[in-house]
Design a protein around this ligand. Structure first.
Ligand code: ADP
Ligand code: MG
Length: 595
């Protein structure tokens, strides 16, 4: 069987098992599966947010609670239909997530998880102290869901609704991950500078992801309220949040199926402990918490990838989702292209750029120009200020003083992201690739600024035309740099030199006017340097303007049309390679530092 066939068979088996389960299970078993489905919705959001996006949330149960209480209150106190309740529950959850996200998602390091604990703790207290929501006793007599004249009171009745929603949520999130916003989400761990370099706003991507995860929790909360027909504060407290996180981690943060597996394992285990612990001790409740803690620690010690990570290794990935089929996008048309400026027109002008770090002047009043169709080299000994100047002109670092013009426009105050969208593409001295993404996906990330599809369009599969174009473009750029045959390998498996080439392909996928490279030859072997030089010359032939920041004089001498030499932060000399090589000041600067 083909990998695609095996994957489909595995999914078909799971779907058939879920569809047939109520026929063989009793009421208790079906109820348990209902709880597992609801837990899986929340865990799915956490796999996205924490596993893929890298932001840990200890407060997910709060969103379950907000939606549950919203629909419960509307349908009990105001007699509103639960379906209208669903609408309001999701709107309220979305707004709450948006506000909390705006306040907390900029926090770095451990502060974000800590802040999630804070709101995870406070929400249950709020519910417990609001008279209208029934205080600590909660709200009872919540109406059941109805479809037509059929009311979903029995566990078997709501079962299919829950699992259809779980199925839809899995399809939605899977679509998202294989799309333009999905590539940005999967790149969040690569940092904000990487995302800005392809024209994406990391904060916005993270905020959208946070809201999506909250909405999945909200959907779960709505189902919970109308299934149990009773809500009280405790199922939405910090302990519940930690349980959801345990599901996601236990099931495996690396793949969506981990949410299903994790929810099943945690809830089955909890049931088992509830049945067996009271036989051993009278303090079963406390012991259960201890047992969970021990299991959690063992899990983190021995199976970081969770249950599905283990299954994946055990089956050697034979049932994992296959890579996109190149035939599926082979015939796609091209993405819209920029009109490149005619050769000789000014592309970049740096005027009097100054950067101070405290007392140190790293860049001291440097001015130079790059014209369309040129390769310009910016060289100088170590510590001359090249990287700092590079960061100034790509708007990665704020300038102390000076001015940058790009394509005839003053961009001195523009964000790095907006500058990237105008057509300045860069690579990194220390490569920033997503090692767990394929070469194809890494390069397709470069098309971000040229494409439109948002989260909703992607989730509902309305982006397929554009997505095919993006992948076809990525494939073209991979072919341009000679990596097309390896399109489906993981970027992390490439040697360093090839990774640099891959970054160039990603930059090219943005259809740049100007390509800026920081020390592209660093760490390359002789053969690789020759190949890189050849590639850059070919690109110049195709109309791309290139600025190379380099320490290695020999590499740039043979490559560039013009050189700008820096020393001690200032411009030392500018001119043709031969003239620069002959200049005594340049020789002194290089000898002075490197001998
Ligand atoms: P190059 O890339 O030419 O080797 P850099 O631009 O990295 O040089 O560094 C130029 C000078 O600025 C060096 O003296 C370096 O120590 C200093 N410098 C660079 N970045 C910072 C920073 N973030 N804070 C303080 N000093 C810095
Ligand atoms: Mg440097």
């Amino acid at each position: 069987m083909t990998p695609r066939g095996r994957h489909r068979t595995a999914i078909a088996v799971v779907v058939a098992a879920v569809a047939l389960a109520p026929l063989v299970l009793g009421k208790f078993g079906v109820s348990l599966l209902n709880d597992i489905g609801i837990g899986a919705l929340v865990a799915l959001g956490l796999v996205l947010l924490t596993g893929i996006g890298g932001a840990t949330s200890f407060g997910q149960a709060a969103f379950v609670g907000i939606a549950a209480y919203a629909s419960a209150w509307l349908s009990t106190a105001h007699g509103v239909s639960p379906w209208i309740g669903l609408f309001f529950a999701l709107v309220l959850t979305g707004i709450a997530a948006l506000l909390i996200g705006l306040l907390t998602l900029r926090l770095g390091g451990h502060f974000l998880p800590l802040s999630t604990i804070a709101w995870g703790l406070s929400i249950a207290l709020v519910f417990g102290n609001m008279e209208a929501l029934g205080g600590h006793t909660g709200l009872a007599n919540i109406p059941p869901l109805r479809i037509g004249g059929w009311s979903l009171i029995e566990p078997e009745a709501i079962y299919y609704l829950i699992w259809v929603l779980v199925g839809l949520a899995v399809v939605f999130t899977r679509n998202v991950l294989r799309s333009r916003p999905g590539r940005a989400i999967r790149s969040l761990r690569g940092g904000a500078v990487l995302l800005a370099s392809v024209g994406a706003d990391a904060f916005r991507v993270r905020l959208t992801l946070f809201v999506l995860a909250a909405l999945l929790a909200g959907l779960a909360g709505w189902l919970y309220a109308h299934m149990n027909r009773f809500v009280s504060p405790s199922p939405f407290d910090l302990r519940a949040s930690i349980e959801y996180l345990l599901m996601a981690v236990g099931g495996g943060l690396g793949q969506l199926s981990g949410a299903l597996a994790g929810s099943a394992v945690v809830l089955l285990l909890k049931n088992l402990l509830q049945d067996t612990l009271p036989l051993l001790t009278q303090r079963a409740g406390q012991l259960q918490a201890v047992a969970f803690a021990v299991l959690f620690i063992l899990l983190l010690q021995h199976a970081r990838g969770g249950l599905m990570g283990f299954v994946r290794r055990w089956t050697r990935g034979r049932f994992a989702a296959p890579e996109v089929d190149p035939a599926s996008f082979a015939g796609a048309g091209p993405l819209p292209r920029r009109t490149l400026p005619a050769a000789g027109l000014p592309v970049l002008a740096v005027t009097g750029a100054i950067k101070r770090f405290g007392g140190l002047v790293a860049v001291d009043g440097v001015s130079f120009e790059v014209r369309a169709g040129e390769i310009v080299g910016l060289i100088g000994p170590n510590g001359a200020g090249k990287s700092t100047l590079f960061n100034l002109l790509t708007r990665t670092l704020p300038m102390t003083a000076g001015r940058i013009d790009f394509l005839g426009r003053d961009v001195s105050a523009l964000s790095q992201r907006k500058l990237a969208r105008l057509g300045m593409a860069r690579t990194f001295q220390h490569v920033k690739l997503r090692p767990q993404m394929s070469l194809l996906d890494n390069v397709a990330l470069g098309t971000y600024g040229r494409t439109r599809a948002g989260l909703l369009a992607a989730g509902f599969g309305l982006d397929r035309g554009e997505e095919r174009q993006s992948l076809a473009e990525a494939m073209r750029q991979l072919a341009r740099v000679g990596l097309a045959e390896r399109a489906h390998e993981l970027a992390g498996s490439l040697p360093l030199g090839t990774q640099r080439t891959l970054e160039i392909a990603r930059a090219l996928a943005a259809d740049p006017v100007l390509l800026v490279l920081d020390e592209p030859a660093a760490g390359l072997r002789r053969q690789e340097k020759l190949a890189l030089g050849e590639l850059l010359r070919t690109l110049r032939g195709e109309g791309v303007t290139i600025l190379v920041v380099e320490h290695d004089m020999d590499f740039v001498m043979k490559l560039v049309d013009r050189l700008v030499v820096m020393n001690f932060g200032a411009k030392l000399v500018e001119g043709a390679p031969a003239a620069v090589r002959a200049d005594v000041r340049v020789q002194a600067a290089y000898l002075g530092v490197t001998s």
